[in-house]
Design a protein around this ligand. Structure first.
Ligand code: NDP
Ligand code: 8X3
Length: 255
């Protein structure tokens, strides 16, 4: 991965930050994006110190198509050839049945998880295709095919990511650009705190009595897919904590 340029969206925390660690440890060059620049700059300076790698940060709200296309078109020349795109930026917002759903939460999830991922992919792919080289890695979820009650809009957004990953391989068939879909189960990050609108106690209960996946576990899987020989496409990987049988069936220690 030495000198490969890896672009990670949502790199200011959780799985995105862990992916940045994994690629930095392999001496990649890192292009990192998020909205919280204070957090992103902390990640960048830590990576430069720990791994002696080049890191470029960009402020990016993936929901804003104008900003996405402008910022990526105006990248400094030395950052414009992206080898690996990790479409990680995403969130769940709210937890409740559809008849009581908050449409603003639905908009935020669809705009980020589905449309934002498409906007970023649209901005990055043409240059990959022109060079006939590249890898798009989408962070979906088990929620894409293990739909659960109270999370229907989030599940639908991840089902869309599954469909995009599947269809993209057809749209670019014949090129050497690879497309991988990663589907994690329960990962302890800021995800649940975001879902529950900042309620930390409620978020902590999601991971109580169980050893969830860590963000590093997912990053390890992303890195595995990215580091196969160029003729190998890892279509999809689903990973869960051992204690998680399905999206809703989790064996917890009572003590
Ligand atoms: P975190 O909340 O820790 O990280 C989410 C990241 O996405 C942050 O860096 C955040 O950065 C970024 N982000 C959110 N909205 C936007 C936006 N509009 N524009 C740009 N960046 C944005 O959660 P995770 O690390 O867990 O989530 C990462 C991905 O993994 C998501 O797609 C999530 O759906 C998926 N996932 C998570 C699982 C879990 O159990 N944790 C399981 C399966 C999949 P900032 O706020 O600074 O913009
Ligand atoms: C996050 C995992 O099971 O909460 O995508 O949907 S889950």
């Amino acid at each position: 991965m030495r000198n490969r340029t890896v672009f990670i969206t949502g790199a200011s925390s959780g799985i995105g930050e862990a992916c940045a660690n994994a690629f930095a440890a392999a001496s990649a060059r890192l292009l990192l994006a998020a909205r919280r620049m204070d957090r992103l700059d902390e990640v960048a300076s830590r990576l430069r110190t720990e791994y002696d790698v080049e890191v470029h940060t960009i402020e990016l709200d993936v929901r804003d198509v104008g900003v996405v296309s402008r910022v990526l078109a105006e990248l400094p020349r030395e950052w414009s050839e992206i080898d690996v795109l990790v479409n990680n930026a995403g969130l769940a917002r709210g937890f409740g049945p559809v008849p009581e759903g908050d449409t603003r939460d639905w908009d935020e999830m669809m705009d980020t998880n589905v449309k934002g991922l498409l906007y970023v992919t649209r901005a990055v792919l043409p240059a990959m295709l022109a060079r006939d080289r590249g890898h798009v890695i989408n962070i979906s979820s088990i929620a894409g095919d293990e739909v659960y009650p109270n999370g229907v809009a989030y599940c639908a957004s991840k089902a869309a990511v599954d469909a995009i990953s599947y269809g993209l391989r057809m749209d670019i068939a014949g090129s050497s650009v690879r497309v991988t879909n990663i589907k994690p189960g329960m990962v302890e990050t800021e995800f649940s705190e975001v879902r529950f609108h900042g309620d930390r106690d409620r978020a902590a209960k999601v991971y109580a009595g169980v050893t969830p996946l860590s963000a590093a576990d997912v990053a390890d899987t992303v890195f595995y897919a990215a580091s196969r020989p160029p003729h190998v496409n890892i279509d999809e990987i689903k990973l869960k904590p051992v204690a998680q049988a399905t999206a809703t069936m989790v064996a917890r220690d009572s003590g």
